[in-house]
Ligand binder design. Structure first.
Ligand SMILES: [Zn+2]
Length: 119
């Protein structure tokens, strides 16, 4: 059963929503950027078309490095990382579970993706 989720950065300048699999667990990655961010991500890879972003172009920051395939998005006002477009699955995103409205991740089982060696 799919579920509708709404999320935002801390200051609210960036809002997103999507409909997808119910979120019952989290994903962490140990690559150089994810290790620094420490965010718990959605296990589901969400098609870019399914993720609706509402933000002023100015506020939505984009960070890329190395191959510049993955796109790491964040809020330029409050600095919160909201979502990224995946290197391994172009055209798909993972969202920061901490940004999702009403979602309590404290008891979530967390899988670790070995991005350090696989990306
Ligand atoms: Zn913000």
């Amino acid at each position: 059963m799919s579920k509708k989720y709404n999320g935002s950065c801390h200051c609210g300048a960036i809002q997103f929503s999507y409909e997808g699999e119910e979120i019952t667990s989290g994903l962490r990655c140990n690559c150089s950027i994810c290790a620094r961010k420490g965010a718990m991500m959605s296990p589901e890879a969400i098609p870019v078309d399914a993720l609706k972003i509402k933000a002023n172009g100015e506020d939505l920051g984009l960070y890329q490095f190395d191959s510049r395939v993955a796109k790491h998005y964040f809020c330029r006002r409050c600095g919160i990382y909201t979502h990224n477009e995946m290197a391994r699955k172009p055209g798909h995103c993972r969202v920061n579970l901490g940004c999702i409205e009403g979602l309590d991740t404290s008891n979530f089982e967390v899988k670790v993706f070995d991005g350090k060696n696989l990306l």
